[in-house]
Design a protein around this ligand. Structure first.
Ligand SMILES: CCCNc1ncnc2c1ncn2[C@@H]1O[C@H](/C=C/CNC(=O)c2cc(-c3ccc(F)cc3)cc(O)c2O)[C@@H](O)[C@H]1O
Ligand SMILES: [Mg+2]
Length: 214
């Protein structure tokens, strides 16, 4: 039984990145995905847009849907102010195991709560499990047909407050048509599209930033 791509990505991090240095972890994954094996990380180009939105929001509590190998988890957590927390949800145990080690290699384990399980079950438990009142920032990067139901679930669970920011990956490729339709036409959100490219390619993709108006 051979290794999986996430396991090979983790080995590249352990080989090429410096422990406790998040930027070297990011660089090692981007190099691996650009020169060895493509993987569905948000990547460096969209990652820079993610960085600028996270820095602007400066969240105390942040949520990520779909950890995968932990690349965007590291990008977000490295920018968080002291005392703030990023909760990231991942329902595939094999991916969660890799992500835990990537986050640990970056030295960001104290800022991140990686929770294994499906977002639909976990979002209603956020208040009880982690004492979260509301999220200042949410990064959506899981299954594309789950963006809309999970955004609605966050609303229903009163986990968004006036000014909460949702940032969605892949709104062009693979695409999230129902989510875009809803969020761009809802009077409860102010949305803006950041045009970019699919990670490590020249294909168009982009991020949709939506501010909840309460
Ligand atoms: C119960 C399902 C919904 N709830 C969920 N709760 C927790 N984790 C969930 C999850 N859904 C999916 N996940 C996890 O998120 C990750 C899934 C991400 C899906 N992403 C994509 O399909 C994707 C795909 C592409 C892509 C683009 C072009 C192409 F040719 C091929 C792929 C690019 C991206 O940037 C992507 O994000 C996995 O780790 C999965 O285990
Ligand atoms: Mg993505």
């Amino acid at each position: 039984t051979g290794s999986t791509r996430p396991q090979r990505l983790l080995r590249a991090v352990q080989k090429n990145a410096t422990q406790g240095d998040p930027q070297s972890v990011i660089n090692a994954i981007d190099h691996f995905c650009r020169h060895k094996e493509w993987a569905m990380n948000v990547g460096d180009e969209k990652g820079s847009i993610l960085d600028s939105v996270v820095s602007e929001v400066n969240p105390s509590t942040a949520l990520e849907l779909g950890t995968y190998c932990g690349y965007s988890t590291v990008r977000i957590a490295r920018l968080l102010p002291p005392g703030s927390q990023l909760i990231t949800l991942e329902f595939n145990p094999a991916y969660a195991a890799v992500a835990k080690q990537v986050i640990g290699w970056a030295g960001l384990q104290d800022k991140v709560q990686l929770v294994e399980g499906p977002s639909g079950d976990l979002i209603p438990q956020m208040k009880d499990l982690f004492g979260v009142q509301s999220f200042d920032f949410v990064f959506l990067d899981h299954w594309k047909d789950r963006y809309l139901p999970d955004a609605k679930l966050l609303e229903e669970c009163s986990l968004l407050r006036k000014g909460s920011v949702l940032l969605a990956d892949n709104v062009i490729c693979p695409g999230t048509p129902e989510y875009l339709e809803y969020i761009r036409n809802s009077p409860r959100y102010e949305s803006r599209y950041f045009k970019s490219h699919l990670e490590y390619t020249k294909v168009e993709d982009g991020l949709e930033k939506s501010v909840f108006l309460g």
